[in-house]
Design a binder for this molecule. Structure first.
Ligand code: G3I
Length: 371
């Protein structure tokens, strides 16, 4: 072989190794290293990730995240589908995966108006449960679920999405039955949920979690009112989760800063708990899965360079705000692992449908380097 040919083959080999490293990973920094001096960084695996059926997604989680939240498997409907039946296996797999990888585990969620079976609110005749019977049922559920993972799941979304956009409490069976339409009792279901979670695992952190806190000041003020109410009663609350289901044009820097600083001013930790950015230009802004349909989540522009650039810019902007407020922000969790399995469709996360890091991934890494 001529010298020239040897040089050409050698250069090609170097080039190919470079490409392989770039896509396979060694040249892609781990997000948990990038953000180690700032906050925890995580994702939300579903069952196929933690049971090894989706090894590429598991590899992303293992490499990049030091905290995980199960996307669905701890919701009442999944874990406690019938009065006398608990379905532990999926949540056990989640906990085992997290422990194997030494991750901070977050439980999602104990009390929510959605994904809670109808029987929870009814007696055997199908009539609405009494206040006392519903409280007893809530206590049993919280004590059983939190108790099973005591010392292992380190933080719980105790109450999820209890607020309307205007900051008042959402009309749900929890509020209707336990609140009994009375002004003094309106926070009762929230108080009890936090008390019982604390009793079941006194070392676990306890959070209130909601969406649009960064886009609606009234709703954010409603979350502050919940925190202050619990604090006034001496009930443990450690943090508020700003879900942050955003879009290419929202939230604004001001809205996000208002939410972080005003919630932190109540003395609790602030965490971004369900981060994604929908790439669809139009449609519903919020996190109610009942209002997201297949047609609405279709996004033919998702893969275009223009959309990916906008996505990267929005992520960079959000991370520059989070880094600016890093003394108050303790955790940032993405809602999913990669685009292929996201609840919202389109291209909302940092890894694409082929599990590769996107422009948005590198924008986020760059934002950390600029601090
Ligand atoms: O697993 C079943 C599958 O067996 C069945 O064939 C299929 C038929 O519809 O449903 C599958 O379950 C779906 C599940 O996601 C897994 O894909 C449920 O129908 C669907 O309702 C469920 O949606 C989840 C939604 O919460 C409701 O629980 C989304 O994945 C999940 O991302 C979303 O997460 C919520 C947070 O918990 C709270 N904040 C808002 C956020 C987004 O809506």
């Amino acid at each position: 072989m001529s010298m020239k040919r040897i040089v050409t083959v050698a250069s090609l080999a170097v080039l190919l190794i470079g490409v392989a490293q770039c896509t396979a990973g060694p040249n892609v920094p781990a997000l948990k290293d990038v953000f180690k001096d700032h906050f925890l960084i995580g994702g939300a695996p579903n069952r196929s990730v933690v049971t090894g059926r989706d090894p590429n997604a598991a590899a992303i989680a293992e490499k990049h995240f030091n905290t995980i939240t199960p996307e669905n498997d701890l919701k009442w409907q999944r874990i406690h589908p019938l009065p006398d039946r608990y379905n532990w296996e999926p949540a056990d797999s989640f906990v085992a995966f997290g422990e194997k990888n030494e991750m901070f585990l977050v439980g999602h969620t104990l009390v929510w108006h959605s994904q809670t079976p109808r029987w929870v609110f009814q007696d055997e005749a199908g009539d609405p449960l009494t206040r006392d019977a519903l409280l007893a049922r809530m206590k049993d559920h919280i004590t059983t679920v939190v108790g099973r993972y005591k010392g292992r799941i380190k933080g719980w979304d105790v109450v999820n999405e209890a607020l309307n956009e205007n900051g008042t409490l959402r009309d749900s069976p929890w509020l209707r039955i336990i609140g009994e339409g009375s002004e003094d009792k309106r926070y009762d279901f929230i108080e009890h949920a936090f008390r019982w979670a604390h009793e079941a695992d006194p070392d676990a952190e306890l959070y209130y979690n909601d969406y649009n806190l960064e886009t609606s000041r009234a709703k954010c003020d409603g979350a502050m009112a919940i925190v202050k109410h619990l604090q006034s009663k001496g009930i443990r609350i450690d943090g508020v989760g700003i879900q942050l289901h955003g879009g290419l044009t929202y939230p604004s820097v001001e809205g996000l800063e208002y939410a972080i600083t005003s919630l932190a001013a109540t003395g609790v930790k602030v965490m971004i708990t369900e981060l994604d950015i929908r790439t669809q230009a139009r449609g519903y802004r919020g996190a109610d899965v009942g209002r997201v349909n297949r047609a609405g989540t279709d996004d033919p522009t998702a893969a275009t360079a223009e959309t990916q650039k906008k996505l990267a810019e929005k992520y960079a902007e959000i991370f520059s705000v989070l880094l600016k407020h890093e003394k108050d922000v303790t955790r940032v969790t993405f809602w999913g692992i990669y685009d292929g399995r996201s609840w919202i469709g389109g291209s909302p996360l940092l890894f694409d449908r082929d599990y590769q890091p996107k422009e948005a991934f590198f924008a986020v890494v760059k934002a950390a380097g600029q601090r």
